[in-house]
Write a protein that binds this ligand. Sequence first.
Ligand SMILES: [Zn+2]
Length: 136
Amino acid sequence: MHEPPHWRDRPQNERLLARECRTCGYVSFPEHRRICKRCQDEVEWDEVRLQERGTVRSYVVQNRLPDEFETPLPLAVLDMPQETDGEPARVYGLFTETEPDDIEIGMVADADLRQLFDINGLPVHSFKFKLPRGER
Ligand SMILES: [Zn+2]
């Protein structure tokens, strides 16, 4: 697993910049693709901005992992709405600072892009989800 180079240079305030397919409305995030996953075609993309708060669509709690990971480790799939209209982006990441029993499908959570660990000195970033402030 290697970090895509665009993460390293990406300014913090652009971290929730996604791409929307002009043909079908599919939102690609965080990948920058030439081919739309849904259209399966080379398409034009518009840059769109995502909100930092999304809705939990699915999750799983990992209990058996290599020693370097703390368990239980919840992983979740969130839909992150755009700041304006259009489809949400579907994002996968770790759920942190939250008891696994408190996670429910349909609840809202905030997303942060964080450096999780490094591989051979290269930082690896991923999403961390947590309950909105005030609900923790
Ligand atoms: Zn498309």
